[in-house]
Design a protein around this ligand. Structure first.
Ligand code: SAM
Length: 237
């Protein structure tokens, strides 16, 4: 499914029945062949908006997975690059993929829950790629408080979002059906997956970031078929 080197439909179905961290562990070995790994094309469009080579002291990749964001951030960093993820399987692959590319930057892989982060004024940049859907409305205040706390004054939090699609669009119904599958799953299986599309759309997420003391910029970083996606860059005041 998704790629000839990827997992089968049945393996994805099995993962869907497991708790979130175990599901990602199960697909870890083939994760880079799934659409859940942020494509390099997207990352290369984001990099120029973050900074030039070695201009960032310390950066944090929240829900780093196999380290797609870390690979993009590493050349931009001077001192420290941290990835945090709930799946040990994905972190192991991130570590393996980056072990030969430290270039003097300290790389850390933390097995932990992004909703429980306790970093304190440690980072100049924090990113969260492909995983804002794991921060549903109920957890957004707590999460944004933790992100704000993790950043130094003037530090930036960047992620990809989009304006809420119109109800008659295909994308709207794709997101609704995605949410319905997990809603049904969570009725019967424990622990529930914390996941949902349409939770972090613009302009609502911009207002929430401003409420948490960020100055927000919405950037048209993508072109063509991806022009609907927006890069959100939120600076801690
Ligand atoms: C779609 S993947 C994106 C991975 C990576 N950021 C990328 O762009 O390729 C979502 C990631 O979020 C992680 N995740 C989900 N819930 C999490 C949580 N509460 N705390 C930390 N990581 C979490 C998963 O383990 C997975 O690595």
């Amino acid at each position: 499914m998704f790629h000839r080197h990827g997992k089968t439909f049945f393996e994805f179905f099995k993962a869907f029945l497991l708790p979130c961290d175990k599901a990602y562990d199960l697909i870890a070995s083939k994760f880079n062949y799934t659409p859940f790994r942020t494509p390099d094309l997207i990352l290369s469009s984001i990099a120029p908006h973050i900074g030039e080579t070695e201009t960032i002291g310390a950066a944090l990749d929240i829900c780093c997975g196999t380290g797609a964001g870390m690979q993009m951030l590493r050349p931009l960093c001077r001192d420290r690059l941290v990835g945090i993820d709930i799946s040990q399987g994905l972190l192991d692959i991130a570590r393996k993929q980056n072990s030969d590319k430290t270039n003097g930057v300290s790389l850390e892989y933390i097995h932990g829950n992004a909703l429980e982060m306790t970093f304190d004024s440690e980072f100049d940049v924090a990113v969260c790629f492909g995983a804002m859907s794991h921060v549903t409305t109920k957890y957004q205040d707590k999460f944004l408080r933790a992100v704000a706390r993790a950043l130094r004054p003037g530090g930036r939090f960047l992620f990809v979002s989009y304006y809420r699609p119109k109800i008659w669009s295909l994308r709207y119904w794709y997101y609704r059906i995605f949410n319905m599958f997990f809603f049904l799953r969570n009725l019967f299986l424990r622990p529930p997956w914390i996941v949902g599309k349409l939770h972090y759309c613009l302009p609502r997420i911009k207002n929430l970031l401003e409420y948490h003391g960020f100055e927000v910029q919405i950037i048209d970083a993508f072109e063509g078929d991806l022009a609907w996606a927006k890069l959100v860059s939120a600076r801690k005041k």
